[in-house]
Design a protein around this ligand. Structure first.
Ligand code: AMP
Length: 186
């Protein structure tokens, strides 16, 4: 069973490449961003609490996402692709503990590398197409800052464990998918 983390800045193509990875390896896709957006759309108590944080491009608390992941992992028996999680070193430590409860471990972390100008170009493009509330110029700057300050150290966490696979995230979707498959292996 594989449990894979897909990692990268906002706009690096995690969502797009996730579709390919879950299909290729038969995994359950879990995106914390999607789960959180659903809470907002459903106007749950949690959704009301996190809306302004997400709209500002800041990270919601580790406790909230960790609880969601605990439930998602407990419900899964196929292996998972973690998309948008972990975003802090504390979350990475939590993920290790949650998987260990089920005798599982992170197989590898796939890190998509894309230059900053290209990230901004893609996020502004997505803003036009999908109309996501947090895809606007000011919020994008906040999200990239959160990524640099809080999320990038997660890359070192996996590098130290020998699980980091750095992938060039530029080029066609197919070319990137092929690089990922080569890195993950059979
Ligand atoms: P995403 O769809 O992954 O770009 O996430 C959109 C927003 O959801 C982020 O800007 C954060 O506000 C929030 N979010 C998603 N995943 C996490 C996480 N693992 N930890 C904290 N906040 C998150």
């Amino acid at each position: 069973m594989k449990d894979i983390v897909i990692f990268g800045a906002p706009g690096a193509g995690k969502g797009t490449q996730s579709d390919f990875i879950v299909e290729r390896y038969g995994l359950t896709h879990v995106s914390t961003g999607d789960l959180l957006r659903k809470e907002i759309a459903d106007q749950t108590e949690l959704g009301k609490r996190i809306k302004s944080i997400m709209d500002a491009g800041q990270l919601v608390s580790d406790d909230i996402v960790s609880e969601m992941m605990d439930a998602a992992i407990a419900a899964d028996n196929k292996g998972m692709l973690f998309d948008g999680f972990p975003r802090t070193v504390a979350q990475a430590e939590t993920l290790d503990k949650l998987l260990a409860k089920h005798g599982r471990t992170v197989t590898c972390m796939v890190q998509l590398e894309v230059p900053r100008e290209e990230l901004i170009r893609r996020l502004l493009e997505r803003a036009k197409i999908q109309g996501r509330a947090d895809d606007n110029e000011e919020t994008i700057a906040n999200r990239l800052a959160e990524y640099g300050n809080k999320t990038l150290p997660v890359a070192q966490y996996y590098a130290r464990q020998g699980k980091q696979k750095i992938i060039d995230g530029t080029g066609t979707i197919e070319a990137i998918a092929a690089r990922i498959q080569e890195a993950i292996g059979a």
